[in-house]
Design a protein around this ligand. Sequence first.
Ligand SMILES: NC(=O)CC[C@H](N)C(=O)O
Length: 462
Amino acid sequence: MAMAMGMQVGVGLAPPALVQGVAAQRGESVSSLHFAGSSICGRLQAAPVAVVSVRAERASSVQVSCGGAAVVDGSAVTAARPWKTSDCRLVLEDGSVWRGKSFGATGTQVGEVVFNTSLTGYQEILTDPSYAGQFVLMTQPHIGNTGINLDDEESGQCFTGALIIRSLSNMVSNWRSSETLPEYLAKRNVMGISDIDTRAITRRLREDGSLIGVLTTDKSKTDDELIEMSKNWKIVGKDLITDSSCKEPYEWKDKTGGEWEFSTTIPNGDAEKFHVVAYDFGIKQNILRRLTSYGCKITVVPSTHPSSEVLKLNPDGVLFSNGPGDPSAVPYAVKSVQDLVGKIPVFGICMGHQLLGQALGGTTFKMKFGHHGGNHPVRHLPTGRVEISAQNHNYAVDPATLPEGVEVTHVNLNDGTCAGLTFPAMKAMSIQYHPEASPGPHDSDQVFFDFVEMMKKNRTKA
Ligand SMILES: NC(=O)CC[C@H](N)C(=O)O
């Protein structure tokens, strides 16, 4: 349904009312009418002034938008102007220039452009610290329709460098929404560009690999200057985790909220508690919520926290979190993993998995365009079970470089890359993707249970 096109009338569930919307745009057409949970889609003839009158059984509110000039209960409200022409450029290091419309913040930003195939969850993506230094292009063409709510943030800020989309929704419709995507991005100083050919850019990224891009609303800069700027910026070799990590240790206590809990293997309230120290390399909060739901008491520590201090806490296990950028650029983090592995059960997620791979003597490499989305099939080799997983990474561990005793547990079925490891002798396990989802499917939640089982087994032995 083309919600952003033409004139739309939406009627919510409510007592009887006569709903009247007036739209005055020559050439606009009514594309859909919704009321009492059903919708009538049709095309009314364009007229200089269109008057829509709906007698709804249970309606009290109406939103009428005419190509972006919104009228609510007859009074005009501000909305994006569809007639705004392009005022923003995305310039890629391959020399291509893409013109579109800006939303959110204005200015000039540089970052690595990656495409994400998730259908929903733009807010979790924007606040995932693993995206620091990157521009996220959403392949789902229609973005912004569920607005923004404060519960779905994965960290305290937006880390994504910029958001690249095909079509920005003119209307927000979600019971939890408290503001629109453009308002939110403007406040968080994140640039967005819409109305560009995201399919063409995605094909280019798939063929040529991830590209550095510059996004600007600054008219004074020439295309050539921007191309030069993109060519001179590098993401490889940069430590991006130091700025994404917390600065001081803290305790985490929140579980997944009761109404959202989906697992059937969650222990009851009397279950044994396990103390986990979580290294924050840019941690997503849903990892902490899932571990807490599984009965863990968590101390989160900064990326530079000395491993000797972690050992003094005598935890049951250590988590190495996800995080942005190149794992080879943070040797100090690899060293912390090395110090701890073999001494206590450890679990690495995404960046944590790559750091574990390096700590065990393996190497990591940069993939052509990485994995970013909520639809990546992964096979769990010991059982043959296939999980649809949420992924977000540009680097991978080369399993051929790992020492004897390390087993590959999970494989990405799209390209055969290593998606999970275990080293039973060292009480170590890791996953290249995001078992906490947010956004994405919950198929891989089992690994949190497996980590708890590993800690339980180790406690019994001790
Ligand atoms: N999600 C993550 O932890 C990302 C890991 C790493 N920064 C990569 O891009 O591969």
